[in-house]
Ligand binder design. Structure first.
Ligand SMILES: *Cc1c(COP(=O)(O)O)cnc(C)c1O
Length: 452
């Protein structure tokens, strides 16, 4: 057998920013050509560089360029890419058995993940957890549990929401382009309330919580009828919508309102959950105990795994055989999740997320003080964004976001965009990144603003 050279990822990867070819380099361009002949045109990627290895705070491409990672594969590799405990546990599991189908022949790692999520999620009531593969699938199933438990049809979601790309979750998602356009008709009984978006609330941030809540209350009580509403589904920090942190008190009032009317409060923590914001769950920042909580992205360090965790009396209502899936709760993905939980606890990553967030806020506020196109700096923990506007206005500046994103890529920094208006840059570094790389990343960002 001939030895195949495979680059090793994880934290042992050299932690440097280094661009050695033009970006994208020749090997990435070669793959791009093959891709365009083999993949549908609409399946696009944010960066046109192809991955060879990743870990710590960097991603190395097939041309040998090393990029600082400010995206974590969209909030997935929170504990770091190819994190040692994740790789070790998942590999050991793969060598034992890759699959049995939990619905056919069950196994222990699934139960261990459920026990951990029941313990870690807010509230000390009795809980149950069911596992799925993707965030969308888990949100769909949370709605199924809510409908089965309440016997009610309606689902209330919010402006700027993102809940996924399946029929139900695409319907629940707010933004037409690119998520919904041409893909209708949509699922029935999905309603939308305003989000208390402080920066863009028409009468000012100080009125956002009160006025948005009043409109929500009117929608539910006067238009849908509270006794027809199964659940309210909300991201405690909106992700794709642009890292919108709802005005203080808004979510608490929604949760209280739901409890009064027998409506289930479902937190979609797919992006904000699992240590990203400096707590295990973003709901904790507001002291909220959701009836059901949905997790995915950061849950298994990159392996496909998602979960619905919630009140035992709700989760136990759905009938035998009604919920599940062939691959749901794959054993290697479960072991990866257990590796994620160990890493967060043993490396004290809740505190690390907060420290990274403090550094990012400091740097971004300083950059904002030297430009007139940053309208807002917001987020919690290691989930921070800036919203770009035309100077002296709140008019979205999506062109500047695109230009900065391009500049950063060319100079060895991976960044992600977001926002209903495409004018948000979001920063989601892996919690395994060093302060040195973080600071270097922000120096690239400074240059990007200076070059505009
Ligand atoms: C990404 C995301 C989803 C969808 O998850 P997929 O794994 O892509 O299906 C749902 N909700 C939120 C808040 C997300 O960020």
């Amino acid at each position: 057998m001939t030895a195949v050279h495979t680059p090793v990822g994880g934290p042992q990867l050299e932690q440097v920013r280094r661009i050695v070819t033009e970006v994208p380099g020749p090997r990435s361009r070669e793959l791009a050509a093959r891709r365009s002949a083999a993949l549908p045109a609409g399946l696009t990627s944010g960066a046109n560089i192809y991955t060879a290895a990743a870990g710590g705070g960097v991603l190395v491409d097939v041309d040998g360029n090393s990029f600082i990672d400010f995206g974590s594969g969209i909030a997935v590799t929170t504990v770091g890419n190819a994190a040692p405990r994740v790789v070790e546990r998942a590999s050991r599991q793969l060598a034992k058995y890759t699959h049995t189908c939990f619905l056919a022949t069950p196994y222990e790692p699934y139960i261990e993940v459920a026990e951990a999520l029941n313990r870690l999620t807010p509230g000390d009531h009795e809980k149950r957890t069911a596992l799925f593969n993707t965030g969308s699938e888990a949100v769909e199933n949370a709605v199924k549990y809510a409908r089965a438990a309440t016997g009610r049809p309606a689902v209330v979601t919010f402006d700027h929401a993102f809940h996924g790309r399946t029929l139900m979750t695409m319907t629940m998602t707010a933004k037409n382009q690119p998520y919904k356009s041409t893909f209708g008709p949509f699922a029935p009984e999905v309603y939308r309330a305003p989000m208390a978006y402080p920066y863009r609330w028409p009468s000012g941030a100080e009125n956002a919580a009160d006025e948005a809540f009043a409109q929500f209350e009117m929608l539910v009580d006067s238009q849908i009828g509270a006794d027809a509403v199964a659940c309210v589904v909300v991201e405690p920090i909106q992700g794709e919508g642009g890292f919108i942190v709802p005005a203080d008190g808004f979510l608490r009032r929604i949760a209280d309102f739901c409890r009064d009317r027998g409506i289930l409060f479902i937190a979609d923590e797919v992006q904000a959950g699992i240590a990203r914001t400096g707590n295990w769950f973003a709901s904790e920042h507001e002291g909220i105990v959701p009836d059901l909580i949905v997790t995915a992205k950061g849950l298994a360090g990159g392996m496909p795994l998602a979960a619905v965790t919630g009140r035992a009396d709700i989760m136990d209502t759905a009938h035998a055989g009604g919920i599940g899936g062939t691959y749901s709760g794959n054993p290697a993905a479960c072991e990866a999740a257990l590796g994620v939980f160990d890493t967060i606890e043993e490396e004290n990553l809740l505190a690390r997320a907060q420290a990274i967030g403090d550094l990012m806020f400091r740097e971004l506020r300083d950059i904002a003080a030297h430009t007139d196109i940053i309208g807002d700096v917001r987020g919690r923990g290691a989930m921070v964004a800036i919203e770009l506007v035309q100077p002296g206005t709140k008019t979205p500046n999506r062109e500047a976001v695109a230009e900065i994103n391009r500049f950063c890529l060319a100079h060895g920094l991976l960044t992600l965009t977001a926002g209903t208006f495409g004018n948000v840059l979001r920063f989601l570094p892996p919690l395994s990144i060093s302060d040195e790389l973080l600071m270097e990343g922000f120096s690239v960002l400074r240059e990007a603003f200076a070059a505009l």
